[in-house]
Design a protein around this ligand. Structure first.
Ligand SMILES: NC(=O)c1ccc[n+]([C@@H]2O[C@H](COP(=O)([O-])OP(=O)(O)OC[C@H]3O[C@@H](n4cnc5c(N)ncnc54)[C@H](OP(=O)(O)O)[C@@H]3O)[C@@H](O)[C@H]2O)c1
Length: 291
């Protein structure tokens, strides 16, 4: 998938959520082993963030993998340090043991002059300067809604290449996705497995559709959820500590759902109120599964 001039793999391996540890100076050996296993199974895109505290693990796994830098797609995020992006990125690069990242993402739009000492319109040009310095190959955003993207597009010399958002059948964010499509912004879907991992509603209209398609394609519900994301042309960001799941999920791009099957899943997901696991309290629309 093309991302300005940079190619982005369609599946990224996440190091947040279950791996989140905050402290950037310790090393979780289990995560290093898991990343090495992910590389072995063909994952080349790793998703990090300054806040996850997992950049040292990513760096250690890259160093031990024997893979060449140019074959990898490494992404990290900034939010806490948004007031000084160059200093923050240089710290991330030191932890990653890299000279550049492929993608640098603003983790969320929830910062202001009052909270972080900077507004979005001032922060973005500072990130663009990092591209010009060769420290970053492409810029992106995360958890941005239309209002935030509109503000950004007014000032951007380099428009965001991606918007990493929660996206799965119970959280379709249709308007944001449409806006991204219209403006050539790639949607990176995080929590793609939410309907089988996080969603606890008793009314579960997506399950039976997934069951039917899992039988048809001789695969699991999880792989059908990933195929639903990928078949719509989006990127999926997933994570798992299990090697057998790593092996299965990387093959999800081989499953080509028909337009009708994509719609069946989408329609089923829309039968219940949108369920959002992340960032709801920060300002994203709060919603709960039906009791
Ligand atoms: N930008 C943001 O604000 C933001 C927010 C959230 C996430 N993310 C990124 O997206 C990545 C993925 O997010 P996510 O962890 O929510 O996504 P996910 O891939 O949808 O869910 C991962 C979780 O599902 C479990 N799992 C996988 N397959 C399963 C199955 N068949 N049955 C039951 N459980 C299963 C995994 O546990 P096992 O280890 O047991 O497989 C893991 O804990 C994060 O690591 C992070 O990099 C970004």
């Amino acid at each position: 998938m093309a991302l300005n001039t940079v190619k982005i793999p369609s599946i990224g391996f996440g190091t947040g959520t279950a791996w989140y540890k905050g402290d950037p100076d310790t090393i979780d050996d289990k995560l290093v082993k898991t990343l090495l296993s992910a590389f072995k199974h063909g994952y080349r895109f790793i998703d990090g963030a300054e806040s996850y505290g997992t950049e040292r693990e990513i760096g250690a796994a890259i160093a031990q993998s024997g893979l060449s830098r140019s074959d990898l797609f490494i992404s990290t995020k900034i939010l806490k340090s948004i007031g000084n992006p160059e200093e923050a990125l240089r710290k991330s690069l030191e932890r990653l043991n890299l000279t550049y990242v492929d993608l640098y993402i603003i983790h969320a739009p929830y910062f202001t002059q009052a909270s972080h000492g900077i507004e979005l319109e001032e922060a973005w040009p500072r990130l663009e300067a990092l591209v010009d310095k060769g420290l970053v190959r492409a810029l992106g955003v995360s958890n941005f809604r239309i209002e935030h993207l509109e503000r950004l597009l007014k000032v951007a010399k380099y428009p965001p290449a991606v918007n990493q958002i929660e996206f799965n059948p119970y959280c379709q964010d249709v308007q944001t996705v449409e806006f991204c499509r219209k403006h050539g912004i790639i949607v990176e879907a995080y929590a793609p497995l939410s309907p089988i991992v996080y969603y606890k509603g008793t009314d579960r209209p997506v399950d039976s559709v997934l069951d039917k398609l899992a039988q048809k394609y001789a695969t699991s519900q999880a792989s059908i959820l990933l195929a639903w994301v990928l078949s719509q042309g989006h990127v999926a960001i997933l994570t798992t500590s299990k090697t057998e799941r790593q092996e299965e999920y990387i093959k999800a791009s081989e499953i080509k759902l028909t337009e009708a099957e994509i719609s069946d899943i989408s329609r089923a997901g829309q039968q219940v109120p949108e369920f959002r696991k992340f960032w709801a309290s920060a300002g994203h629309k709060q919603s709960k599964p039906k009791a």
